[in-house]
Design a binder for this molecule. Structure first.
Ligand code: HMG
Ligand code: MG
Length: 311
């Protein structure tokens, strides 16, 4: 296999991971989470959303979160911005990258952002122009690229169409998102290959939710066709408020373990991420969904019990 030497992981736990939590996660906990992730070495962290607080109440404190985190030079802190109102909030908060998020499925576009795909592109136009004007990095995310909870099958041509429109808007990076985790490796390769006919392969990313347990396989399949940017969520946190039953993103710890095992560099300290996964799981009272996280925590606990107390 001809795999890349380096892979960029975009840590999306603070946004995608937490947005679906029913109980409000205290701002302090969000800030501590992002600070720990920064320390672990991520170069890109999706920190918040500037969306309607009526639609996603959990993300209402985005400005506070952004104001209080300790930023590390070299790390980009990204935020979701569905419209100009979100963009203005993002600029005021000093976001390094804004994310416009659309869908390859009309039904999901309506449920998630209350407009058609064509309307969403029209809303993104001023956001994209303003981001370019201010020199802020622009990322486009395409939900339901492997299937839709409302529509079912999503044709590859529909994904490619949105990739083209996002490229025309000037996106620096485009995410192929499997919102409900239904994709399988062959289909993922087909979509990635087709998308790369419209957009540079090294600026396409894979955003895989792990609902059907396919995410790691889909990452390996994507690596095989040349993708080298992946999104992941510490402790496998998450779900989408507008995709019922969808579980979190692939766990960052599991992705790092696989990549490092393949000899691929990420610049991220796996053990630090495992400790962060333990922290956030305990802080929000959730089972840690990372297999690697649970395995290493159990191993470390057993090793510390086996160590005799100081004589
Ligand atoms: P709308 O109701 O059509 O918008 O929602 P509107 O322009 O009519 O505004 C309605 C109200 O929201 C107004 O307030 C606006 O001021 C306010 P009111 O006058 O009623 O008091 N508002 C805002 N407030 C703060 N920030 C804003 C903002 N915009 C309007 N930016 C809208 C349209 C897009 C705003 C709404 O549908 C929305 O916020 N949706 C967000 C959905 C969301 O965040 N989903 C989860 C993230 S996407 C995701 O998880 C998928 C991803 O992970 C990839 C994958 O896995 O697929 C990225
Ligand atoms: Mg997602």
């Amino acid at each position: 296999m001809n795999l890349p030497n380096y892979v960029k992981i975009v840590e999306v736990g603070p946004r995608d991971g937490l947005q679906n939590e029913k109980a409000m996660v205290p701002t302090d906990v969000k800030v501590a989470l992002i600070n720990q992730l920064t320390e672990a070495g991520f170069v890109n962290i999706e920190a918040a959303s500037f969306v309607s607080p009526k639609w996603v109440p959990q993300m209402a404190d985005g400005a506070d979160v952004m104001a209080r985190i300790q930023r590390r030079p070299g790390t980009l802190y990204s935020v979701l911005t569905p419209n100009m109102k979100g963009f203005e909030g993002a600029v005021a908060a000093g976001a390094d990258e804004v994310v416009i998020f659309g869908a390859a499925s009309e039904a999901f576009s309506q449920k998630n952002i209350n407009c058609s795909i064509a309307e969403s592109i029209a809303r993104f136009e001023p956001v994209a122009a303003a981001a370019k004007d201010k020199g802020i990095r622009l990322r486009g995310s395409i939900s339901c690229s492997l299937g839709c909870p409302y529509q079912g099958e999503v044709p590859v041509s529909a994904v490619v169409d949105v990739v083209r429109r996002m490229r025309e808007l000037g996106c620096d990076e485009i995410d192929i998102a499997d919102t409900i985790g239904v994709g399988t490796p062959g289909k993922v390769q087909d979509v990635m290959r087709a998308a790369s006919a419209e957009f540079a392969l090294d600026r396409l990313s894979g955003h895989f939710h792990d609902t059907y347990g396919q995410a790691l396989s889909n990452i390996l399949a994507s690596l095989e066709v040349g993708i080298s940017i992946f999104h992941a969520s510490v402790a496998g946190l998450g779900g989408c408020p507008y995709a019922k039953g969808a579980t979190g993103n692939v766990a960052t710890e599991d992705v790092l373990y696989m990549l490092h095992g393949l000899g691929i560099h990420t610049g991220i300290d796996l053990e630090a991420v495992v400790r962060t996964g333990d922290y956030i799981s305990q802080a929000i009272g959730r089972t840690n969904s990372s297999r690697v996280g649970r395995a290493l925590l159990t191993k470390w606990a057993a090793a510390s019990e086996a160590t005799p107390a100081c004589a």
